[in-house]
Write a protein that binds this ligand. Structure first.
Ligand SMILES: Cc1cc2nc3c(=O)[nH]c(=O)nc-3n(C[C@H](O)[C@H](O)[C@H](O)COP(=O)(O)OP(=O)(O)OC[C@H]3O[C@@H](n4cnc5c(N)ncnc54)[C@H](O)[C@@H]3O)c2cc1C
Length: 86
């Protein structure tokens, strides 16, 4: 099975994980997202959050709820080593 590792569950990481999971058959690929936070922040809403016109909870998207077929690891990637550099 092919394994895909996505570092960061922000806008780019979330969209990368969210798109393919709808098309993949079970067991076809294992997608893993690593991020210290369990949510994606919709940054364009942050000025409204700061102004108090939007609640902070409406500017975040739960990774676990929306990329449910993706393995989530809570943590920070500190180093990436491939086969050649081991
Ligand atoms: C006020 C504001 C308004 C904006 N308006 C627009 C707009 O109208 N249109 C538009 O296209 N863009 C807009 N943007 C820009 C847009 O939000 C960013 O371009 C986008 O969020 C970048 O996505 P990203 O995934 O690269 O980074 P982020 O969304 O910042 O995500 C990075 C993620 O990586 C994680 N991470 C970082 N380091 C590590 C590590 N070592 N290991 C694991 N995880 C890690 C972080 O926790 C974070 O979750 C706006 C931004 C702001 C602040």
């Amino acid at each position: 099975m092919r394994e895909i590792l996505i570092v960061g569950g922000g806008r780019a990481g979330f969209c990368t994980a969210w798109g393919p999971q709808k098309k993949l058959r079970p067991g076809e690929e294992q997608v893993t997202v690593v991020d210290p936070r369990p949510y994606m922040t919709c940054q364009p809403f942050l000025p409204e959050v700061a102004a108090g016109s939007v609640e902070a909870r409406h500017a975040v998207v739960s990774l676990r709820r929306h990329v449910s077929r993706t393995q989530l690891i809570a943590g920070t990637v500190t180093e990436i080593r491939d086969e050649a550099t081991r």
